[in-house]
Design a protein. Sequence first.
Lengths: 136, 107
Amino acid sequence: MNDTATEIRSVIVEREIAFPPERIWRALTQPHLIQEWLMKNDFKPVRDHSFKLTAEWGSVDCRVLEIEPNRTLAYTWDAYGLESTVTWTLTPVKSGTHLRMEQAGFRPDQEQAYQGAKFGWQRFFENLEQVLARAD
Amino acid sequence: MSNAQDALFRALSDPTRRGIFERLCRQGEKTVGALTTHAGVSQPVVSKHLAVLKNAGLVRDRHEGRQTHYSAEIRALAPLADWTTEMAGFWESRFDALEDLLKRMDQ
């Protein structure tokens, strides 16, 4: 991996949620529940299990890295040139649970960074990919 | 979201405007007249769209005699290429959906 072409960055989202960790854990690890808030999936709560998250815009390749019931769940998240790791951390607090999600990763190069523009905003920019492909 | 991104998203949210921008990306520099031929709207409307695109940094203009030539500024899309921006919005909305689900779940 060429250091000058890569840059590791991360996204962190944290929330206090008024439910105990056990309940959140079920939503994070049971496929029919994951489907309700994230995407269709073939998740299994087993370390090294490879699974896919699928949506109408495409799919995300994942593999379970770390699993500690009611506390930590980490998996890889590879999609559209983005190679990343998603880590969930559940900490019990008085009001329920402090839930933290950190996604850390990189894109190998600028061209794939442009692919990223279509990832989150696909409906917004229906033809952006084609435009960018032709624009170079 | 920063003001610059806000302007970008707003500029590209309109299909006619997006069409004009895409055309400039694909076919290079064009005059307002040339753009109007394919835009399906009147020349003043195309000019208005171009002003919005220019304001967002998506097009630049070049004056030559009485004609103004417009071209696409692809680099203006760079802020959209920052994956953390897209993913932050994605995860915020997923957190909302998760909280919704938690309320509905059986004990």
